[in-house]
Design a binder for this molecule. Structure first.
Ligand code: 5RP
Length: 220
């Protein structure tokens, strides 16, 4: 199976987690896009969705799914999103698509985070995938210097502006042995909007597609 076929298979499996009659939170990226396509098939079962990016909002609307403003929603039973890396404790690196801040906000509201990915995203120690950090433009150089002090090599994502009008620094060279501590540490740098570590609020369930099928990992 190709990586795309695995992403499609895991997106299909995630439909089981959709709560009928309830708003669903929807992530961003190619795996989330397959999930949106599956959601389109059962759209009559849900009143609408909260999107984690403009791109996701557009795709949901394209399927005739009502997109709600998060400020008008008080309960999201389930949020479904992909990941760039995930560890056995269900902490993740996200933000390869640059939507990390809105993803983290929707995930904070959701009661259950269902991570969908192909099994290649499961790693022992995160950090091989460069950690995305969203920064306020005027703080770019300051934040880059602070990230270098933590042992990382920040690289400005070329030609990219987030949905919030900010920049992304992709940080290479970090070996992330304590994801919660690093998430807290980086978020404390003035000028950082948020970073792509989802450890303080990791996934509750991970659905990982491999050639032998979709495996389910649950938070201990
Ligand atoms: C976007 C994300 C995505 O979930 C992550 O990049 C995984 O993407 P894909 O499903 O395309 O592999 O965090 O900001």
């Amino acid at each position: 199976m190709t990586q795309d076929e695995l992403k499609q298979a895991v997106a299909k499996a995630a439909i089981e987690y959709v709560v009928p009659g309830a708003i669903i939170g929807v992530g961003t990226g190619s795996t989330a896009n397959y999930f949106i396509d599956e959601l389109g098939r059962i759209k009559d079962r849900i009143p609408g969705a909260v999107a984690s990016s403009e791109a996701t909002a557009k795709r949901l609307a394209g399927h005739g799914i009502k997109v709600l403003d998060l400020n008008d929603v008080s309960d999201i039973p389930v949020y479904v999103d992909g990941a760039d890396e995930i560890d056995a404790g269900l902490a993740m690196i996200k933000g390869g698509g640059g939507a990390l801040t809105r993803e983290k906000i929707v995930a904070a509201v959701a009661r259950k985070f269902v991570c969908i990915a192909d099994a290649s995203k499961l790693v022992q120690t995160m950090g091989k995938f460069p950690l995305p950090v969203e920064v306020i433009p005027m703080a770019r150089a300051h934040v880059a210097r602070e990230l270098a002090k933590l042992g990382g090599e920040p690289v400005l994502r070329p030609g990219f502006t987030t949905d919030n009008g900010n920049l992304i620094l992709d940080v290479k060279g970090l070996s992330i042995t304590d994801p919660q501590a690093l998430e807290t540490r980086i978020n404390a740098i003035v000028g950082v909007v948020t970073n792509g570590l989802f450890a303080l609020r990791g996934a509750d369930v991970a659905l990982l597609a491999g050639t032998e099928g979709v495996k389910t990992l649950k938070r201990a």
